[in-house]
Design a protein around this ligand. Structure first.
Ligand SMILES: [Zn+2]
Length: 185
């Protein structure tokens, strides 16, 4: 059933794109030159190109749980390097979102074996739970974005190749659809 839905939606997509521009796929085939490199959470409700209505070819996207940046993460480092050195993106967008399960898990002390390592990284991006107990989940997701802005500023690949590239931190509100800018204010 799901498989059929994927196929049906894909056929619909092809039809709509060709209706919009008969040469759409010929253009796509020529290559990509996206202006944006976006880091987003993997959450199924926050797809960056969907919430900004950005057509294919404009956003190079890296996603992981709770949109984390760490120097040891080879997958992110590779995406960042490719985006800066080969795609020459103009803007880096770090996009968190409200009601983030990764942030919630970190804050509530989730200790599942398979998640422990990653959620531990998320926890380090949040204020100290022992010092700050009365904080809203929205505020925590905002803090998480700001931490990733700092992590990016300290990332060796960014330091080497990202000078002059605009950086934006934002928070997608799943309850309203609004994309709130949190950095720079
Ligand atoms: Zn999330």
């Amino acid at each position: 059933m799901q498989n059929l839905e994927l196929r049906k939606r894909n056929e619909e997509f092809i039809r709509e794109m060709k209706e919009y521009d008969p040469t759409f796929f010929d253009e796509l085939k020529k290559g990509q030159a996206p202006e944006f490199f976006v880091l987003s959470c993997s959450d199924s409700r926050v797809s960056p190109s969907v919430v900004t209505q950005m057509p294919l070819g404009h956003m190079f996207v890296h996603r992981n749980i709770a949109n984390q940046i760490s120097i040891e993460d080879e997958s992110f480092s590779a995406s960042l390097s490719y985006a800066l050195r080969h795609l020459n993106v103009k803007v880096i967008v770090i996009k968190g979102h409200t009601d983030c399960g990764g942030v919630k898990a970190a804050w509530s002390g989730n200790n599942e074996e398979e998640l422990r390592g990653w959620i531990g990284k998320v926890r380090k991006s949040l204020p100290d739970h022992n010092l700050l107990k009365d904080v809203s989940m929205d505020e925590l997701t905002r803090e998480n974005v700001l931490s990733q802005v700092k992590h990016l500023q300290q990332h060796p690949i960014y330091k080497k190749y990202g000078q002059g590239v605009q950086m934006i931190g934002c928070l997608f509100h799943v309850e309203s659809g609004e994309l709130e800018r949190v950095y720079p204010l």
